[in-house]
Design a protein around this ligand. Structure first.
Ligand code: ADE
Length: 225
């Protein structure tokens, strides 16, 4: 898979993309992530990418021309399955959305700043709009990093068997059961006896029951029945 990210703050991705699972996935060649600084596609000497909104109102708007030039340049090199704009008014990101996106080959993620992008970008250049939740971030960069992480961990070969994404919360519409490790008793707080029993069938039943009761209590909207 290849993910091209268009942003005016490429440095914001350095930390999240150079540690842990994403670092390993990139190292193994399972995903290629390219960052594109939108200012490189500005047409004036000041590298201007935003301007005042027509009719006034607070805040700057990201201009269409640098964005169009950047996307056009990328499209000359390959075709893209989706061109995604990260925005608080997009469709809410869920595990199902990440699962679908993880099956694609080439994605562009466009990170907005200021008061958003010129609406014509959304009308003519963008194929999907995603929000990571009903709250407003200072820009799309952190949202793009979240989306990228959630997709990459689903790519075949990225996670080992022991951390398989199949046992993640939400993957079966349920929250994952609780987990424990040594010591068996800490300050008198004990690990549930069943997990030490060695009875695989009973343990599987217990975990499933825990998943269902937790989902009902914590995410009633997922409706395990
Ligand atoms: N940009 C600003 N806030 C955002 C959000 N919640 N999701 C995606 N992009 C955003």
């Amino acid at each position: 898979m290849r993910i091209d990210i268009i942003t005016i703050f490429p440095e914001m991705f350095e930390g999240p993309f150079s540690e842990s699972i994403i670092k390993r996935a990139r190292g193994k060649g399972l995903v290629e992530i390219q960052l594109h600084n939108l200012r490189d596609y500005a047409t004036d000497t000041h590298k201007k990418v935003d301007d005042y909104a027509f009719s006034g109102g607070a805040g700057m708007v990201m201009m269409i021309e640098p964005i169009d030039r950047c996307i056009s340049t990328l499209k000359q090199q390959r075709s893209y399955d989706e061109i995604i704009y990260l925005s608080p008014d997009g469709n809410i990101l869920t595990q199902a959305v990440s699962n679908e996106l993880s099956l694609l080959q080439n994605l562009i993620l466009l990170c907005g700043r200021y008061k958003g992008v010129d609406e014509r970008v959304r009308e003519h250049l963008i194929t999907k709009e995603i929000s990571i939740g009903d709250y407003v971030l200072s820009g799309g960069e952190l949202a793009a990093a979240v989306l990228t992480d959630s997709i990459i961990r689903l790519l075949p070969g990225v996670l080992g068997d022991e951390t398989s994404a199949l046992s993640d919360s939400f993957q079966d519409g349920l929250i994952a059961p609780p987990v424990y490790t040594r010591p068996r008793i800490y300050k008198g707080w004990e690990v549930p006896e069943i997990l030490l029993s060695g009875d695989e069938k009973k343990i599987a039943e217990w975990k499933h029951h825990q998943s269902i009761s937790r989902t009902k209590a914590r995410r009633p909207n997922l409706d395990p029945d």
